[in-house]
Write a protein that binds this ligand. Sequence first.
Ligand SMILES: Nc1nc2c(ncn2[C@@H]2O[C@H](COP(=O)(O)OP(=O)(O)OP(=O)(O)O)[C@@H](O)[C@H]2O)c(=O)[nH]1
Length: 343
Amino acid sequence: MSIEKIPVTIITGFLGAGKTTLVRHLMQNPQGRRLAILVNEFGDLGIDGDILKGCADANCPEDAIVELTNGCLCCTVADDFVPTIEALLARPQPPDHILIETSGLALPKPLLKAFDWPDLRSRITVDGVIAVADAEAVADGRFAPDLAAIARQRLADSSIDHDTPLGEVFEDQVACADIVILNKADLVSPNRLAEARKTVLAEAPRSIPVLEVTEGRIDPRVVLGLGAAAENDLDARPSHHEDHDSHDHDDFETIVVTLPADTNAETIVARMEAIARDHSVLRAKGYVAVAGKPMRLLVQGVGTRVRAQFDRPWRADEPRISRIVVIAERGFDHDAITAVLNG
Ligand SMILES: Nc1nc2c(ncn2[C@@H]2O[C@H](COP(=O)(O)OP(=O)(O)OP(=O)(O)O)[C@@H](O)[C@H]2O)c(=O)[nH]1
């Protein structure tokens, strides 16, 4: 008797590129699949998991959405990741397809290697690695190599080819992908979109489709059911950190800032724009209690673009606390950012 392996799709992509938005779209268009979602993010507020649970339905009930918030999947494979997958497979109604949303700083290759574990190999297969890229950020050159730094490195040691921390994470994610989703096509002109596509293709070590998308809206048949068996194809997916000795996300830090009670929505959006502009914050997100509003305000900043929307009423059993997770390159000024957010 042969047992069909359960396909797993890994969704990678830099901070704020639109991974959660894509996963939500796939959950809302399951096309008969019983999905399970494993979501990993930095900071322990579990915002992505919360957003996804908001779209739970019969095809993907809340308990099929599992969050791993402590640390990074690629570092906690044995302790957290394998047991979590095993628990999903042991459910009375196991999923037909598992989606894994990695943290925006995660390197996909070490995670991919985990699928080589004998216990997992026999039961699941990596159907495909989807890298989501922010078309505007790519077109702006935010992941471009720091040419001056490379030149300095080469002078010091000709064998080293260091990149910027952002550039390395981006390159690793594209190099691992079977498909790149160039998301946020609405934010750039056709010319800039074409530039972004060229940049992505230049990073890809092999020929892969690059699809232009807005709000993660793509036909699930295009991204699910690829049958890539990526766990058998590791060599075609080069990484800056093959041996996982040093870690790209050591280059980034996260803090959680608690705001005074009942902040005003416009004020908090303006402050989030200010920390991105003046302190190079890469990503900020959280829930805010707005004076006089029974609904919770979800605020999301990607670079200087900030979106805010009321997502659901505060529950009676949860305190109206406003908290924002802030991520930037290591060494950023925690006190200054906390002060700006607090006004
Ligand atoms: N304009 C525009 N905004 C988008 C699009 N897709 C997503 N966004 C917004 O971009 C922000 C980040 O989207 P997410 O889906 O949370 O991104 P993510 O990659 O999951 O973010 P992290 O998990 O923090 O790395 C949110 O405010 C989204 O509403 C798009 O196509 N166009």
